[in-house]
Design a protein around this ligand. Structure first.
Ligand SMILES: C[S@@+](CC[C@H](N)C(=O)[O-])C[C@H]1O[C@@H](n2cnc3c(N)ncnc32)[C@H](O)[C@@H]1O
Ligand SMILES: [Zn+2]
Length: 309
């Protein structure tokens, strides 16, 4: 592996990225039919603040609110489990066009008792309070040895602790998460080569685009592990995959259907054609102490695998 030195991005790339989200939009695909998206900007400064990405084929519309594109197959469905967020987005919206888009979407929502807004806001705060955790510096150290890549993607990036540090090393970096609250915080430290998208990790946000490096840190409890591995494997023909997890699957009804352990994870990666780096062949126990409040801390021991095709 080549040591990654922070490089000055070539003038050509700076030119391409100066329009930021407009350039990101070229990478994104309709999550329902895989077709291209067309951009309709309502409000922009240096970045696109508000607008709609519309599928050229099925005409599905994906809003961009507060510079964050929401690529959910059914936006009303996204809001159905986040009604409180729906109201907040309506208040945040500047343009009349966005307000009426939101009003219509809110009128279509289904009645679901469980609102995720407060939960997602709470976890976003917890990650903000833990961003200096030693766990992340250990992960960053491990990532330093991966060669400078053109296209990088992090699934379940939350507030972007690792995503934003990756943007210091690599050409173009994307973070995907389903939490608006987390990505709104992540967007505060903006970089020309960094963008965040609200989407389900298993949806085809980038179509058939191939990445040089993909990360999935501590998300196997929330996203069906085998589906996620297969999905990610299809996005890497030559490149690295970095995955970490504490295998904390005991979550009652919220558990994934097929939990995985340190050995089955390695076997599955090998079966998908990945070669595991010699130093992560054996399971590791990296401490991750996640302070929830002044009286409670989760003390995880996290396994890390760096593999490549
Ligand atoms: C346990 S946190 C890990 C955050 C970060 N990777 C880290 O290690 O600090 C899981 C994250 O995955 C996101 N997430 C859960 N299910 C998701 C899904 N289906 N699609 C996209 N993001 C998801 C959550 O919103 C949350 O930010
Ligand atoms: Zn479409």
């Amino acid at each position: 592996m080549v040591f990654c030195i922070k490089k000055i991005i070539s003038l050509q790339i700076i030119d391409l990225l100066s329009e930021m989200l407009e350039s990101s939009a070229k990478f994104l695909k309709c999550v329902r039919c895989g077709s291209k998206l067309e951009l309709d900007v309502f409000k922009s400064d240096q970045e696109i603040d508000e607008g709609i990405l519309e599928c050229v084929k099925c005409n599905l519309e994906f809003p961009i609110i507060e510079k964050i594109p929401i690529l959910w197959d059914d936006f009303s469905n996204y809001l159905s489990s986040r009604k409180v967020l729906g109201g907040k987005l309506y208040r945040l919206a500047n343009s009349g066009k966005m307000k009426s888009f939101l009003k219509f979407s809110l009128s279509q929502i289904k009645l679901i008792n469980n609102d995720r807004t407060a939960l997602e806001e709470r976890w976003s705060k917890i990650y903000q309070n833990n961003k200096s955790s030693k766990f992340y510096s250990i992960i960053k150290k491990n990532l330093n040895f991966i060669a400078k890549s053109k296209l990088v993607l992090e699934y379940g990036c939350s507030i972007g602790i690792i995503t934003s540090s990756l943007a210091e090393c690599h050409d173009m970096v994307f973070g995907i998460d389903r939490s608006f609250s987390a990505l709104r915080y992540a967007k505060k430290s903006s970089k020309n080569n960094l963008d965040y998208i609200i989407a389900d990790s298993l949806s085809p946000v980038f179509g058939k685009l191939q990445f040089d490096l993909i990360l999935a840190l501590n998300i196997l409890e929330l996203i069906e592990p085998l589906d996620l591995l297969k999905h990610i494997s299809k996005q890497i023909s030559t490149g690295y995959f970095v995955i970490s997890d504490p295998y904390d699957f005991d979550r009652g009804t919220n558990s994934v259907k097929k939990p995985i352990d340190e050995d089955t994870l390695r076997t599955n990666l090998l079966n998908l054609g990945f070669k595991i780096s010699s130093k992560t062949k054996n399971p590791s126990y990296i401490p991750w102490n996640l302070k929830l409040n002044p009286r409670a801390t989760l003390n995880y021991k996290v396994d890390l695998i760096i593999c490549k095709k």
